[in-house]
Ligand binder design. Sequence first.
Ligand SMILES: Nc1ncnc2c1ncn2[C@@H]1O[C@H](COP(=O)(O)OP(=O)(O)OP(=O)(O)O)[C@@H](O)[C@H]1O
Ligand SMILES: [Mg+2]
Length: 268
Amino acid sequence: MPTCPIHRNPITAAESPAVGIAIEGLSKNFGPLQALKNVSFAVEPGEIFVLMGPSGSGKSVLLKHIVGLEAASAGRVLIDGHDAATEGTLEKVRIALVFQAGALFNSISVYDNLALYPREHQLGTEAEIKEKVMRALQILSLENAAQKFPSELSGGMKKRVAIARALVMEPQLMLYDEPTSELDPVMSATISEIIATLKDEYHVTTIVVSHDRELALGIADRIGILMGGELVFLGPPSEVATSKDPRIADFFHPKIDLKKPRFKSLET
Ligand SMILES: Nc1ncnc2c1ncn2[C@@H]1O[C@H](COP(=O)(O)OP(=O)(O)OP(=O)(O)O)[C@@H](O)[C@H]1O
Ligand SMILES: [Mg+2]
C-alpha cells in the first residue's frame, strides 16, 4: 500500500461537531425524467457514506440537493434535523464540496485558490489565513505547489489541491464527487486513505460519490447504491458481496459478454 501523505498536524481543534444528514423520500423530476425516486437514507455524524451507482443514476443530482443547488420535486434533506431548503439552514453549517474536476481557478495560484474562501469570509488576518492555507497544503503534502498554477499540476495533485481547499473551510460535512476518477490505482488508494484519515482526525461527516469499488469497500462505513434514481442497496461493505440482487453483483463484477453487448441497450 502507498504511504498516506497526511502529516499528523490538525488544522483546527474540532470545535464544530460533525452533522447528521437525513434524506427523506427525495424525488427529483427533470420534465419527464425521474432522476431520483423516493430516496431515503441517513448518514450519521462522523460516518463515511459512499454513494455508488452507474452513470446517470442520480448521484450528482442527490449531492446537489444536499448543498442546495437543486430543489426537490418531493421529499427533503435534513441537516442536523433542519430542512436544507429552509432559509438559513445551509448558512449554519460548513459544507465543503470537492467537485469531480476540482473546479480550481486556473488564473490564480494554488495558494490563492486556498485563500479565496477565508479571504471572502474574512476568517482572520492575512497572516492567520496564511497559517491555515499552509497547514492545509502541508497536510496534503503540497507545500511545494503553493506558488504553482493549476495548469502546472498533475491530475492527482489537482485532486489533492481541491481537498486542501475544502479543508481550509474547516468543514463539518465533506462531500466528494468522484474523487478518484481518472487516477491510477495507487493514487486512487492514496486519495481514499486521505479521505478516511481526514474523517478520523476531524470527525467530519463524509459523503463520497464514487464508482471506485476499492474506495467503497476500503473506507466506507456504509454504502448506498442508486440505479435509475432508486436506492437499491443500503448497507455496510461486508453485505455487498452477499447481496442476492443480481444488479449489485453485475455492478461490482461486470462480465464482458460479446454475445449480449451492453451498449446495444444503452439509453440515448
Ligand atoms: N439540470 C438537469 N436538467 C435535466 N436533466 C438533468 C439535470 N441534471 C441531471 N440530469 C439528468 O439526471 C440524471 C442523473 O444525473 P446525474 O448527474 O446525477 O448522474 P450521475 O449518477 O452523477 O452520473 P455520472 O456517474 O455519470 O456522474 C441523468 O439522466 C442526467 O441527464
Ligand atoms: Mg455525477
